[in-house]
Design a protein around this ligand. Structure first.
Ligand SMILES: NC(=O)c1ccc[n+]([C@@H]2O[C@H](COP(=O)([O-])OP(=O)(O)OC[C@H]3O[C@@H](n4cnc5c(N)ncnc54)[C@H](OP(=O)(O)O)[C@@H]3O)[C@@H](O)[C@H]2O)c1
Length: 269
């Protein structure tokens, strides 16, 4: 079993790290808020004092952090502890530009795989995430397989790029589900009839996600992810979706609420 460090034990990172511990990986963990790391000590994790301490001697380093700024900060903090031959597996949603930035922050001889995931906290705990891997993921195929099903996307950065494409389409689909429900309201159609038809129609995945329980993907993260898309391409439709996700009062609420927000925002509703 490769010696592994896991940095970032938030809503996604903690259940992912627990799966690795359950699968027998010797795991050192670090989290900015130390209490979240200490919660994994009972599962057999060693709790590191700082990022450099966490990665010292590790074969594989997994990062699961909020976004580009957090990844850059943690990369700089762990760099002194990294040695040539270590493989960094970056699993946060940060987009390809931040992956390039991360590669430049790593010491020479440290390999990088970008491996962001589709699926929320429920699938993280179940080990059924979809892992979108860019770069040479073969040496970490076993580790990634504990977390979910791996799709090889191409060179370094391609996993991060495909993740932004997929998550943006999901967020847009949930927003469109809200618009479709508003249209059903305008026509006076029964809500149940509209929801059932949407769940069986071309927007099925998004309509089901809008009504899903068990997921916790806060709208603040959705706004960050649509922002990553808008950094790469100016798409007016996504600008409207971004505005809909950026409601500070709903920042901690799951993506599903977005359909309700769009539905309720219909002028004259
Ligand atoms: N939630 C989902 O359903 C979901 C699904 C797929 C992908 N993702 C992506 O996965 C990543 C993690 O999401 P999450 O839901 O686990 O988020 P989260 O619960 O908010 O956790 C964020 C983690 O990043 C750490 N962090 C933030 N800023 C930092 C900084 N400046 N320096 C060091 N650590 C920092 C946090 O540490 P503290 O504990 O100290 O705050 C925490 O460990 C994000 O990129 C997200 O877009 C999320």
């Amino acid at each position: 079993m490769p010696t592994t460090a896991f940095l970032g034990l938030g809503a996604m990172g903690a259940p992912m790290a627990r799966r690795l511990l359950a699968a027998g990986y010797p795991l050192t963990v670090w989290n900015r808020t130390r209490a979240r790391a200490e919660a994994l000590a009972a599962d057999g994790a060693r709790v590191a004092a700082d990022p450099a301490d966490a990665v010292r001697g590790a074969d594989t380093v997994v990062t699961m952090l909020t976004g580009p700024a957090a990844v850059a900060a943690v990369a700089d903090a762990m760099a002194p502890g990294l040695r040539p031959g270590t493989r960094v597996v970056e699993m946060s949603t940060i987009g390809p530009a931040a992956v390039t930035d991360l590669a430049a922050r790593l010491p020479e001889g440290v390999a990088l795989v970008d491996a962001p995931v589709m699926g929320s906290v429920d699938r993280a705990a179940a080990g059924t995430l979809t892992v979108l891997a860019g770069g040479d993921a073969e040496p970490v195929a076993g580790l990634l397989g504990v977390l979910g099903t791996v799709t090889r996307c191409g060179p370094v950065g391609s996993g991060a790029a495909l993740k932004v494409v997929l998550i943006t389409s999901l967020i847009g689909g949930v927003a469109l589900t809200g618009a479709a429900l508003a249209l059903g309201d305008a026509f006076g159609l029964p809500e149940g009839v509209v929801r059932d038809a949407l769940a069986a129609g071309p927007l099925a995945g998004a309509a089901q996600r809008a009504a899903a329980g068990g997921a916790h993907y806060p709208l603040a993260l959705a706004a960050k992810d649509v922002g990553l898309a808008l950094d790469a391409a100016d798409l007016p439709l996504l600008r409207a979706v971004h505005a809909a996700t950026a409601d500070p009062a709903a920042a901690d609420r799951d993506l599903g609420l977005l359909a309700d927000l769009v539905r309720a925002a219909r002028p004259g509703a």
